[in-house]
Design a protein around this ligand. Structure first.
Ligand code: F6P
Length: 348
């Protein structure tokens, strides 16, 4: 039976294959695109949040991401929206399918990004992008998450190309993406060592928090989803400034705080919060694309653009989720809440 770890180890090959196949083609449908509404839930929502700032920057577009169920019941589509993109790795999330069926009637350009070309989503839309990540049988998705982030960034390169955005920008991002993908095996190894260093602490910890900014707000939210699904103890991901508006008041010595950092105008603010919080929590750990400066830092040492750093920085959290769950004695192959989908029908 394939495990989460098997899929984490496949990420480099899958992402490389996606990069190799990618050709920026000008799509007439995407030429006028300036405002995009995205519908996605769970890890797919987090992947969209992680890709949002990068897509906006590359393609000169503005993006809003909505939870499909809420949007379907309470949302409205502003006239300014040019296209609606549904993202679902399995293609089976009922809320995403239902919302898209309604949107179809509104006459907007519809796009789907899914790993399931047999899904009803695929037939429904004007423009289909295959996540092209092969099979992932483990519900706690890892390679599918990373492939979704990459495909979203590549979609923005296609949009940018269709809008006539200069080729240098496309070349630059393709090179940056290749650089990060090449580093994946090393990141997995570094993350393993980091886990071993803190295994005894992780084994007994009961509250986990991750704080990120920009594209890594999405990484923090994916940490939250992954830890909740696997470690099954209170875990929350916050945007840097949002943590300072209430959540810090909960801090105590049972908390492990992960700071997700990469060079940015926001780095100094993250460091300031990190230094402030240190005496009030059990442990402050940093996961950064920079070099390690102390034992509490997992420094990936990748000199990459902030807008592709989310592809690197999520991998330690995927690995830690698997390893911490395992060291706590959780058997991730053992299905739980087996009747959930039958009763709640959140997946078709
Ligand atoms: O991307 P999909 O297939 O729509 O799934 C969304 C989410 O649903 C779940 O499978 C269960 O809620 C999550 O693990 C996943 O992130």
């Amino acid at each position: 039976m394939a495990t989460m770890l098997d899929y984490i180890n496949e990420e480099e090959a899958i992402l490389k294959q996606i990069m190799m196949k990618y050709q920026p083609v000008a799509e007439p449908d995407l030429e006028q695109l300036t405002t995009l509404l995205i519908l996605a839930t769970g890890s797919s929502y987090n992947a969209c949040l992680a890709a949002k700032a990068t897509m906006e920057k590359i393609a000169n577009i503005s993006i809003t991401i909505e939870e499909p169920y809420n949007f379907n019941h309470y949302g409205t589509i502003p006239n300014s929206v040019d296209a609606v993109l549904a993202v679902s790795q399995s293609g089976k999330s009922a809320s995403t399918i239902d919302a898209m069926a309604h949107i179809k009637e509104k006459g907007k350009l519809t796009i789907a990004l899914t790993g399931n070309s047999e899904s009803p989503l695929s037939d429904m839309v004007d423009y289909l992008v295959d996540i092209d990540m092969g099979i992932e049988t483990v519900g706690f998705v890892t390679k599918g998450y990373s492939a979704t982030v990459l495909q979203l960034i590549l979609l923005s390169l296609t949009i940018g190309h269709s809008k006539g955005i200069v080729a240098e920008k496309i070349d630059f991002y393709q090179r940056e993406l290749d650089k990060v993908i090449d580093k994946i095996p090393e990141i997995i190894e570094q993350s393993n060592h980091f886990f071993e260093r803190y295994e005894e602490l992780f084994k007994v910890s009961s509250r986990y928090i991750a704080i990120g900014y920009g594209p890594n707000w999405g990484t923090a939210k994916e940490f939250e989803t992954k830890f909740t699904e696997t470690v099954r103890q209170p875990s929350q991901g916050f945007e840097l400034e949002a943590y300072m508006h209430g959540p810090y008041l909960e801090a105590n010595n049972e908390h492990i705080l992960f700071f997700i950092e990469t060079p940015s105008v926001n780095l100094a603010r993250s460091k300031k919060l990190r230094d402030y919080m240190k005496p009030y929590v059990g442990k402050v750990l940093t996961i950064t694309t920079e070099k390690s400066v102390d034992e509490g830092t997992l420094g990936l040492d990748i000199n990459c653009d902030e807008f592709v750093s989310q592809l690197a920085l999520v991998i330690p959290f995927q690995l830690l989720a698997y390893k911490i769950a395992t060291t706590k004695g959780i058997d991730l192959n053992q299905r739980i809440f087996d009747d959930f989908d039958r009763i709640l029908q959140s997946k078709i």
